[in-house]
Write a protein that binds this ligand. Structure first.
Ligand SMILES: [Zn+2]
Length: 160
């Protein structure tokens, strides 16, 4: 056997998986999605013991282990903590279509929240993006109860 280009060329394995499914979002996440869809409002839930606000809402405080029941609105503005400009496509699990590239995935701390969220920025030039920048959510005109659709993206609102 010769060790030429043909031998070292990577092979591929074809695999077609078609496994559509959906699961119940639960009471807390459903309320979060409903507020996005119906009111363009981002809500979290506040811990009665430590006062931390979790977005998206969750039932139990991760620090105090107490049940949280007070839903509170947080700002649609926040601070960019980290980001990555992605040039590799994948199949979007909600649409079944290839994700358009490039896109910028962002780790965001909303004003009034003590937890962070992940979403996309509309800017894909990494030279124009810096951690610490102020962002604002841009809602879709037609909202359907889907987090990555109802908030279409976050836009940069200053050049900090
Ligand atoms: Zn707590």
């Amino acid at each position: 056997m010769e060790h030429g280009k043909e031998v070292s060329k990577p092979l591929s394995i074809k695999y077609i998986a078609d496994m559509p499914y959906k699961y119940h979002a639960g009471y807390y996440y459903s309320r979060f999605l409903r507020e996005l869809r119906d009111n363009k409002r981002i809500v979290g839930v506040k811990c009665p013991k430590c006062g931390k606000v979790y977005v998206p809402p969750r039932i139990v405080c991760r620090d105090c282990f107490v049940k949280m029941e007070e839903f509170v609105a947080v700002s649609d503005k926040g601070t960019l903590l980290a980001f990555t400009v992605t040039n590799f496509s994948y199949i979007d699990t909600t649409t079944g279509e290839p994700k358009r590239i490039p896109f910028t995935a962002a780790f965001i701390k909303l004003d009034g929240a003590d937890s962070n969220i992940v979403h996309c920025l509309d800017e894909t030039d990494e030279k124009k993006i810096k951690a610490g920048m102020r962002l604002q959510a841009v809602f879709s005109d037609k909202r359907t109860g889907d987090y990555f659709h109802d908030i279409d993206h976050f836009k940069i609102i200053d050049g900090t």
